[in-house]
Design a protein around this ligand. Structure first.
Ligand SMILES: Cc1cc2nc3c(=O)[nH]c(=O)nc-3n(C[C@H](O)[C@H](O)[C@H](O)COP(=O)(O)OP(=O)(O)OC[C@H]3O[C@@H](n4cnc5c(N)ncnc54)[C@H](O)[C@@H]3O)c2cc1C
Length: 388
């Protein structure tokens, strides 16, 4: 397996990221939470480190990490407020990978270098009634001379309030035998007719922003159609989401590791009746379950990333990894609150934030139910194909 970034260079990037997370971000988690904002100096530091383009190829100005390296980085980033990763998550993941995998050279040259140096791309797929089933989306793109005119409403779009570019999925025709009729367009955020709604008030991940985005007769040139083909959109979305699922799984492992570490250090020191609570075997059992989940998750994420790179499995393994790791992180975070007792319910305690932060991981980029459907249906279809 050859990679763009050799192991020595990658270890340096990983060590620098770990140091950024542990020494620059962790002391400011409460500040991020209270202000619902990642401070500008941390954003600038992340830009300087190349984190806005770590998964963008080097020829386009990024660090060029492959998915096996991406997941190691994600496990570090998951250790702190998930909002920090979210600042550049759409650039490296769902939005950026549409350009990397499906853009023309001209489109890559126009956008990828900008993203790698800190511009922000948002992935605009979801609509009311078209979340788990994006094939049902209703945003329309109509050809008008050399231009396309886009109209529709998107919701829950991560980074929309700070986006420079929207990667917008729109229907150019009704679904037919040739495919779902969905294309994808590159729409600069300052294009006439683009309106970004108010920031959503969310359960967790304070500092990561989402909002509605409306497109009212937004005119873009023919060159905005990704890959120059109307038939690329749905495949681009599915491929980008599948890759993203392995990344989200890794993020979940990082968050679960943090919840475990917080639990162990609390259990080792907090006392009841003079006895450290970690001496109680029922508390030890909770810690054992956390550790088991984290180790299993880490191994699964690494395996899924390897299978993606070798192209052995880009369908079932990403969903397996996302399903297991995000559900695992939810259970580990829940146990962490339990181990902390009443203090686990208090705002200033990290496990309270983790409990809310990780809840989202089971919802976006495909809910747990959708992952189960992907895994189950693919296994059954493969068996049926074998039988002829
Ligand atoms: C904070 C946040 C950030 C997001 N960021 C983005 C973004 O950047 N870009 C973007 O495009 N989208 C984004 N999303 C949208 C996200 O991907 C969707 O919310 C998610 O896919 C679920 O879709 P939905 O909300 O329409 O729920 P629904 O699809 O309506 O799901 C509701 C329930 O029904 C279940 N369900 C649905 N269909 C089936 C089925 N066929 N079989 C069994 N069960 C089913 C679901 O599993 C779930 O339990 C974000 C969402 C949130 C909350």
């Amino acid at each position: 397996m050859t990679t763009a970034v050799d192991d020595e260079d990658f270890q340096a990037i990983l060590a620098q990221t770990r140091q950024f997370v542990r020494t620059a971000v962790m002391p400011r988690e409460q500040e991020i939470l209270a202000a619902d904002r990642v401070p500008d100096d941390l954003r600038e530091q992340a830009k300087k480190m190349g984190l806005f383009g770590y998964a963008i190829p080097q020829e386009w100005g990024g660090l060029g990490l492959d998915l096996a390296q991406d997941v190691e980085l994600a496990m570090e980033l998951g250790y702190t407020s998930l909002a920090v990763r979210s600042m550049f998550g759409t650039n490296n993941g769902i939005a950026g990978q549409v350009l990397v995998g499906f853009g023309t050279d001209e489109q890559k040259a126009r956008w990828l270098e900008a993203l790698a140096s800190g511009a922000v791309a948002s992935f605009a797929l979801t609509e009311a009634g078209a979340g788990s089933n994006p094939a049902g989306l209703r945003t329309k793109a109509v050809r008008d001379g050399d231009d396309w005119v886009i109209s529709g409403e998107k919701r829950f779009i991560t980074n929309a309030p700070v986006a420079d570019l929207f990667v917008v999925f729109a229907r150019t025709r009704p679904a037919d035998d040739a495919g779902p009729g969905i294309a994808v367009f590159l729409v600069p955020a300052d294009t006439d007719g683009v309106t970004v709604g108010a920031k959503d008030a969310k359960m967790g991940q304070e500092g990561a922003w989402t909002s509605d985005v409306s497109f009212a007769d937004v005119r873009v040139p023919a060159g905005a159609l990704v890959g120059g083909s109307e038939d690329i959109g749905y495949r681009a979305a599915m491929t980008s989401l599948a890759r993203g699922r392995i990344h989200i799984a890794a993020l979940a492992v990082g968050a679960a590791q943090r919840a475990l570490d917080e639990s162990v250090s609390y259990a080792a020191t907090a006392t009841q009746g003079g006895t450290p609570i970690g001496n109680f075997q029922l508390v030890q059992a909770m810690i054992a379950d956390q550790q088991t989940g984290v180790m299993a998750g880490r191994a699964l994420v690494r395996d899924a990333a390897r299978l993606w790179i070798t192209d052995e499995d880009r369908r079932v393994a990403p969903s397996v990894a996302k399903l297991f790791c995000t559900e695992m992180a939810g259970k580990v975070a829940d146990l962490a609150v339990q181990i902390h007792g009443g203090s686990g319910y208090m705002r200033e305690v990290p496990v309270e934030r983790i409990y809310r932060d990780v809840r989202l991981l089971r919802l976006y980029e495909g809910t747990s139910e959708i992952q189960r459907l992907i895994v189950g249906s693919n296994l059954v279809k493969a068996a049926q194909r074998k039988l002829g």
